[in-house]
Design a protein around this ligand. Sequence first.
Ligand SMILES: NC(=O)c1ccc[n+]([C@@H]2O[C@H](COP(=O)([O-])OP(=O)(O)OC[C@H]3O[C@@H](n4cnc5c(N)ncnc54)[C@H](O)[C@@H]3O)[C@@H](O)[C@H]2O)c1
Length: 260
Amino acid sequence: MKLAIVGVGKMGKSILEGLLRAEMLEPSEIGILDTPERTQAVAQETGARPLYLEDLRRCERILLSVQPKDLAALAPQIAHPNVGYISIMAGVSTAVLSRRLGTRRVVRCMPNLAATIGKSSTAITGPREAEEAGDLQFARALFATVGDVYDLPEQLFDAFTGMSASAPAYVAVVAEALADGGVKQGIPRAQALRLAADVLIATGELLRRKHPAVLKDEVSSPGGTTIHGLAALEARGVRAALMEAVEAATLRGHELGKDE
Ligand SMILES: NC(=O)c1ccc[n+]([C@@H]2O[C@H](COP(=O)([O-])OP(=O)(O)OC[C@H]3O[C@@H](n4cnc5c(N)ncnc54)[C@H](O)[C@@H]3O)[C@@H](O)[C@H]2O)c1
C-alpha cells in the first residue's frame, strides 16, 4: 500500500479525491481508516481499500487527517519505524509528530477547504530525514493534486493556518453578511446569496491582477455609493477585526500544538 489515509472526514476525503482525480495513485494503492461506517462508505464511493489498524505497518506512508486532539491516543497505535507520516493537523509541529510517532520521517502540511475543488493553497515543511526518504517530495506531489503548494518555514505555520487555512470561514461570513445586507434592502434571499458568491469569485480573480488598494479606488466614485459604504465599514473597524481574527487563530494554533 503506497498511502494510508487515517481520517477521511472533510479534508482527508478531499485529498483522496484529488489524488484519484489526478491519477497519482490507483485506488488499490490507497488504504483508508476512519470509523467502520465512514471507512466503508468512502471505500465504496472511491474504490480505496478499507484498512484496520494492524494493516498500517505495511503502508509506505500515512496521511494523518484526524483532529489534533485525537493524536495522543492514536499515535502509539500507528507508530511504525519504516513508515513516513504526513500530517495536516493544525498547530501540531514536526517536533511533536516526531516525538509521538518515534521517527523523523514526518511532514507537516496545511491545506485549506478549497482542496475540495482543487484550489487549496498548501504549505509544506519537514526535516532533512523526510527530504532524504522522499516524503517531502511525495507530499508536494500529493498536495499539487488539490491546488498550489508552498514550502514554508515551520515558524510561519500557525500564521499560515490562521490566515490561509481559516480564511474560507472568514470569507463565508463576509458572504453571508453581504447577502443579509441585500435581503435587508429587499433582494430575495436566494438571489442575494448567489450575488454575494459571484462578486467574491470575480473580486478574487481581479485581486490576482491588481493590488487591493487600486481595486478599491477604482470602484469608489467621488461622492458615490461605494465610498459611503466603505466609510461605514471603516467606522466598524473591519480591517482591525480581520487582522485580529488572523492573530486569534494563529495563537490558537500555538495552543493546539502544546504537547503535555
Ligand atoms: N477543515 C478544514 O478547513 C481544515 C483545513 C486544514 C487543515 N485541517 C486539519 O485537518 C484535520 C481534519 O479536519 P477535518 O475538517 O477533515 O475534520 P473532520 O472531523 O471532518 O474529519 C476527521 C475524521 O477523523 C476521523 N477520526 C477521528 N479519530 C480517528 C481515529 N482514531 N482513527 C481514524 N479516524 C479517526 C473522524 O471520524 C473524522 O471522519 C484537522 O487536524 C484539522 O486541523 C482542517
